[in-house]
Write a new protein. Sequence first.
Length: 319
Amino acid sequence: MKVIDRLNLAAEEKKTLFSFELLPPVRGKSIQSLFDAIDPLMEFKPAFVDVTYHREEYVYKELQNGLFEKSIQRHRPGTVAVCAAIMHKYNVDTVPHIICGGFSKEETENILIELNFLGIENILALRGDAAKGEASFTPHPEGYAYASELVEQVTKMNEGEFKYADETGFKGGFSIGVAAYPEKHMDASNLDSDIDFLKKKVDLGADYIVTQMFFDNQKYFDFVERCRTAGITVPIIPGIKPLTTKKQLTLLPSIFKLDFPQELFTEAQKCKNNKEVRELGIEWGIQQSKELIKYGVPGMHFYSMGRSTSVKDIAEAIF
Ligand code: FAD
């Protein structure tokens, strides 16, 4: 079932959807670790499960003559296959993330045809981050610079317009989700322009939005208000990441350019070990989730990062 149909149904029934995001296993590792992370969360009947996509990394092998040979490796391969495996094992809808970075338009079209063939009806369309070692995002020469262009390609395919392949066998369209940043995307000059570009993604066919993680609900409430004022009417699902280690207090702001509320930061600093941080993270996550549900969010989307224990504890308290 399409995510947008689930969201519309949940809105009619005044329900809040539960969903979570996983990373594909590292190359060479078993998919079992992923199943172990999913098992404890199935009792909360996830509406969908997202699986991230990871662009290639360059590997340099030293040759005899002192030169280097550059080759490409995927550190976490198999998003499409992992989605299909989860869907068939758990009978749950999966949402593969599709990124612009590292892909030509033709390769993207092929991935989408493959997804359709597998019966996967949803995607989250993203630009992707800069490749390791690159200062800023460089588009594939035959690919896209922005997620909005990817959204446009998927919408055109949904309408039957194919550029490279024979469309025979394409069974219908995708529900398209896109990303948004209540605390502004790191490359954006300001929040208003970021919201204008978000609106462009929606105008080109995105039918729902998932936000970057945030720890201060007011940031989300203000963001939703600004989006509505800008004319964005689609559901905006909050993304929640439970704090689990002290290191994340510096790591998460540096990677995602977000702020920790002073209260959470101070309490986490006082924790004697990561067990205490984890307990604090769960308590914060429960309070955050309760307030968001009271506000009327369409769903609660959790960044599990492959570890489900904190998400399970929060889900137990709110669903
Ligand atoms: P875009 O919407 O293209 O925006 C990127 C930047 O460009 C923004 O600053 C925006 O304001 C600006 N911009 C947009 N359009 C224009 C324009 N026409 N002209 C000028 N500026 C413009 N990354 C992965 O690699 N794999 C994943 O699986 C993944 N999953 C994610 C899931 C979620 C829910 C979120 C929030 C992020 C995820 N990311 C993932 C990270 C994401 O790829 C990065 O944040 C990336 O830097 C931006 O992606 P985007 O789709 O938001 O880009």
